[in-house]
Design a protein around this ligand. Sequence first.
Ligand SMILES: [Zn+2]
Length: 59
Amino acid sequence: MTESIQRCPQCGGYLERIRRHRIDRLLSLFVKVRRYQCQNVLCQREGVVRVHDSLHNKR
Ligand SMILES: [Zn+2]
């Protein structure tokens, strides 16, 4: 499984996966999301990225 590196849409910096908030867990009941935070200290943009279900993982 390849995981593409997410880039900040605002500054183009690298995004690091961070612990999800409670709202994200609720949201994940419907859509799988991952929360990222920009590594740029001047930006620190937070955002969720929707994870597409891989057909290979389904049974
Ligand atoms: Zn950024």
